[in-house]
Design a protein around this ligand. Sequence first.
Ligand SMILES: Cc1ncc(COP(=O)(O)O)c(C=O)c1O
Length: 272
Amino acid sequence: RRVIPIGVPVDAQGVKIDALESAIQEHRPGLIYAAPTYHNPTGAIMTIHRRRQMLALAKRYGVPILEDAVYHELGYRDPPPPPLKALDEDGLVLHVSGFSKILLPGTRIGYLIASGPLFERLAHVKQAADVCTPGLNQRAMQVYLASGMLVGHLNRVRSELRTRCEAACAAAKRYLPPGSQWVEPAGGLYLWVRLPDDGPTAAELYITAIQHGVAYALGTLFHTDGGGTRYIRLNFASHTPARIEEGFRRLGEAWQAWQETYKPALRRTPIL
Ligand SMILES: Cc1ncc(COP(=O)(O)O)c(C=O)c1O
């Protein structure tokens, strides 16, 4: 069935609840999708107050919430607030997560926590959609989880992510153009950067960045309305600190090159 996503703004405390309520009233959605902890791409953590407000809205308007918690275990500072599902007294939250981000993307194994008749329905829909996740992969994951090794693994991952996040923030400070803005994330894999207004947009800079040997995700990919043109999402998770530094250096170089090559031409008064 066709899905029409409606975007709701997010600030440092997570989804803006007033905007969510207006969107619910206007569009009467069938589902609220939320990534409350280490939101991709902003890294925002929804406060416990907003979590409760979101649950109250879901109850008031009778709309279930799909809670995407794939980054919940990837915090490297203070522990985050509990997942929405842990606060859900009305069976309105479908909690999904998986092992792609914390262990092995290739296994394609995730999980869903739901209550009541919805659970049976979802199990059937999943079966019809992909004729089941490979049994051997599931068995291997079950053996691994039963071994108790995940805890130690997660501690190593968090510590490494923290090192890489710090390397990314230090390199951003050093190499990104003045006026760039970002908030140091407390978890997750990404740095969400706003480029300054007096230069190229993320899309304009993109080819030059590729030519300099660095890539990023365009901010517009994370908006439903074409917004985010000055935002870029940088993934620091899969590189060593030295490569992270080099990536930012190249990005800074690309920005300089773009400014020097194209901006004077654009500034010329157009001849009409
Ligand atoms: C918020 C969020 N949910 C889900 C996924 C996909 O997870 P999986 O690889 O388990 O399909 C991603 C991957 O980038 C993600 O950022």
